[in-house]
Design a protein. Structure first.
Length: 378
């Protein structure tokens, strides 16, 4: 006899059955077994599917598909990951509300009820130094308030958003565009391991699925579906982040965009979203102002208290005259040590000493190439 998990995996393996139809049939007939036991004519009439798909639902799966399912079940039994069907009580409730939720989620790490208070941060893979600094601070500030940060484990913005949440001892969820047994990009294996300790990694794809480019737009709807809203930090006008924003809009999620330098290609995506009505984000308060009314009362009070606490306990450090003058010379975009020395009234050794002091106080950050930038949200 097939196990319930096997029935879910067998139904997922039926060619031509997408997430939207899978969930609709589930709502009509109750279970994978019931769907495959229903007559072809009833599947077509009530399930609103094509006769060809109704026929496919009654056909035995090919041997290679059954073997793949066997391997996946053995991996679950060995504790490599969990499988969470749509009807499981632990399935993310917010994700259930989108038109095409994944019928099954594979998970490493742990999902918690508090992850329903999530915000997604997405952006460019080749993020600028200032964009990375802004994103990390934004992710950290939101996580410190109790929000779970959702992103896609990609290079650039995604990885920095995850890191920002974890630096603040917050929770973060990573959604993959490949099977749960793959890590993409491979250099993020260590980051993934940390995420699994402070959140979860999720995939809707069968075990063994490689990271094909066409999987990522599909993955993006899950990133937005898990969240109250999507924040786009940096993105070109053709970025996948704009796909995530469009999907979020279709899912009735909030859209946020971080403005940038008008001459930078990485600002074009956020500026386009702002023109289309996205909320402009200069600091974390812009996001809280928008999402606070849609939070449940208990979490709403928690966020308000955390905001007050952070304002009371995180004052700006006191600065000497020299520190104030040098800090004024450092923008959010990188500036070289040579430029700082030429713009200041101090010797090179004095400037380097002042920069070290500002860095220790958390006001600036040194990046490769002897360049410095101001830490945002100060």
């Amino acid at each position: 006899m097939n196990s319930p998990v096997q029935e879910w995996l067998e139904l997922r393996a039926v060619k031509g059955l997408g997430a939207r139809s899978f969930v609709r049939l589930l709502g009509l007939f109750g279970s994978p077994q019931a769907i495959r036991s229903t007559s072809r004519s009833r599947l077509v009439e009530e399930g609103e599917i094509s006769p060809a798909l109704a026929q496919a639902l009654h056909q035995p799966l090919p041997p290679e598909a059954l073997q793949q399912i066997k391997v996946e079940i053995e991996a679950v039994q060995a504790g490599q990951f969990q499988l969470l069907p749509f009807t499981d009580p632990g399935y993310p409730p917010r994700l259930k509300t989108i038109p095409d939720p994944p019928p099954i989620l594979a998970i490493t790490g742990t999902l918690l009820p508090q992850d329903s208070h999530a915000l997604a941060i997405v952006g460019a893979r080749k993020a600028s130094a200032s964009g990375r600094a802004f994103t990390q601070k934004l992710g950290g500030d939101l996580a410190a308030l109790g929000f779970t940060i959702v992103s896609g484990l990609a290079r650039g913005t995604d990885g920095v958003a995850h890191e920002g949440a974890m630096v603040s001892s917050g929770r973060t969820l990573a959604v993959l565009g490949c099977g749960i047994d793959h890590t993409y990009p491979p250099e993020h294996r260590s980051l993934r391991s940390k995420i699994e300790k402070q959140g979860a990694v999720l995939s809707e794809f069968p075990m063994g699925t490689p990271p094909h480019a066409y999987h990522f737009p599909q993955r993006n709807r899950v990133i937005s579906g898990l969240a109250l809203g999507v924040i786009v930090t940096e993105a070109t006008s053709k970025s996948g982040s704009l796909i995530t924003a469009r999907l979020a809009l279709e899912q009735n999620r909030e859209i946020f965009a971080v403005p940038g330098n008008v001459t930078s290609p990485l600002s074009r995506g956020p500026h386009l979203l702002i023109k289309q009505g996205a909320k402009l984000v200069e600091d974390v308060s812009d996001i809280i102002e928008e999402v606070l009314p849609i939070l449940d009362p208990e979490f709403q009070e928690h966020v308000k208290k955390q905001q007050l606490t952070s304002q009371v306990h995180a004052p700006l450090p006191e600065l000497g005259t020299e520190e104030q003058q040098v800090l004024k010379l450092i923008p959010l975009d990188p500036v070289s040590l040579d430029d700082l020395i030429s713009q200041s009234f101090y010797s090179s050794s004095e400037v380097m000493s002042i920069l070290l002091s500002l860095e220790i106080k958390g006001l600036i950050k040194q990046i490769p190439g002897l360049q410095y930038l101001r830490v945002p949200f100060r």
